[in-house]
Design a binder for this molecule. Structure first.
Ligand code: SF4
Length: 144
């Protein structure tokens, strides 16, 4: 299978603070499949490191409350073009770009609410099957 995946889950240091969220268990499961690494924030041109981002009322803000919605949408479109032909998409939970079902509430206080990241929503709207790293068992079943 050809699988699009958040680059930070694969150990790339692309998070806002320059770290990664390498998921060894998931990567082991995906061994032998073709992986397409994407990072909407990097594609949007955010430097590493950069201020954390959160979604508030459908718009994306930096922690100093600069509206960067359009920038992140552009980066997400670039990633969407990269994942053509992928059979599934696995994205990093809670991110304002990649979160699936859970995102921070825009107060930069660590509170979570229901919702999807900008890129996640785009993937779903375009008919992709989207999972997060927390959907390990579902992914395992999908891969047979
Ligand atoms: S935008 Fe997505 S891929 Fe990039 S660091 Fe954030 S969660 Fe990871």
């Amino acid at each position: 299978m050809k699988i699009a995946i958040s680059a930070c889950l694969c150990g790339k240091n692309v998070r806002y603070d320059g770290s990664n969220k390498k998921d060894e268990r998931l990567l082991k499961l995906l061994k032998g499949h073709e992986l397409v690494l994407i990072c909407p924030e990097t594609s949007a041109g955010f430097p590493i490191p950069h201020e954390p981002l959160e979604i508030l009322s459908g718009k994306v803000f930096t922690s100093s409350m600069k509206d960067v919605t359009d920038k992140l949408i552009q980066g997400s479109y670039k990633c969407l073009a990269q994942i053509k032909d992928c059979d599934m998409v696995i994205l990093k939970q809670k991110s304002p770009s990649c979160g699936k079902g859970k995102i921070y509430d825009g107060s930069f206080s660590g509170r979570l609410i229901e919702g999807n990241g900008i890129f996640t929503k785009m993937c779903i709207d375009n008919g992709y099957r989207v999972f997060s790293e927390e959907d390990y068992e579902c992914i395992r079943k999908e891969l047979g």
